[in-house]
Design a protein around this ligand. Structure first.
Ligand code: PLP
Length: 227
């Protein structure tokens, strides 16, 4: 079995290859290592291999790891479902939140971001796979939420995120992401600072990079299957 360092290296090479294949700079795509269910020791191993951005889905598990790993340069991204009673912990301990899907949650994150910390980077999670209507904002409602976020000074709206239904066909993977890319381009003409498209996981990051991904969220390909 390959080591975590080898997996990070290989994934980095694959990201660079996918970027170059469509005329993009490899540095334009950030590898976010999704460390949910992995131990602090495992995160530290990835850190030792040079990995800096980590994605977590479960607040308490993440807080334990964040406290255990006071390492310079670590960037913590919250990518899981957001509950109102967890927003204070998230606002206090994370650098990014990818899964903002309603104004009520955004308002709480804005109010609870501690004074003296940089604004919290946020992405709006968009529902691009119609069969799963539970997660994310409908494409048609994204602009209104962007507009509302302009009034929240402790949040920095960076872009859009999506989790499509699994699919094996690279052409279809791209087609599902295409409306999101188009929407981001429109929003960029209206709102400053929207430079982020958080799309692509272990099974589809090459297609996502071809569609303009700037952050790929990769778990299994780095850490192996979750148990
Ligand atoms: C678990 C998870 C990932 C990583 O998925 P893999 O298929 O293991 O790469 C990415 N994004 C989100 C939101 C996740 O919950």
């Amino acid at each position: 079995m390959a080591s975590i360092a080898e997996n990070i290296f290989r994934t980095g090479q694959q990201i660079a290859g996918a970027a170059q294949a469509c005329g993009r700079a490899p540095e334009a795509v950030t590898l976010l290592a999704v460390s949910k269910t992995q131990s602090a020791a495992t995160v530290q191993e990835a850190y030792a291999a040079g990995q800096r951005d980590f994605g977590e889905n479960y607040v308490q598990e993440a807080l334990d790891k964040i406290a255990a790993l006071p390492l310079p340069g670590l960037v913590w991204h919250f990518i899981g479902p957001l509950q109102s009673n967890k927003t204070r912990d998230i606002a206090s301990h994370f650098d990014w939140v990818h899964s903002v899907d309603r104004l009520k949650i955004a308002t709480r994150l804005n109010e609870q971001r501690p004074a003296g910390m940089a604004p919290l980077n946020v992405c709006i999670q968009v529902n691009i796979s119609e069969e799963d209507s539970k997660s994310g904002v409908a494409l048609a409602d994204v602009n209104a939420l962007c507009e509302a976020l302009q009034g929240l000074p402790n949040l920095r709206l960076r872009g859009l995120m999506a989790i499509p239904a699994p699919c094996d066909d690279p052409a279809l993977q791209r087609a599902v992401y295409a409306p999101l890319t188009a929407l981001l381009r429109q929003l960029q003409t209206r709102y400053a600072g929207m430079d982020t498209l958080s799309i692509g996981m272990s099974a589809d990051f090459a297609a996502a990079i071809a569609e303009g991904s700037t952050i790929v969220r990769v778990g299994t390909a780095i850490f192996g299957a979750r148990h």
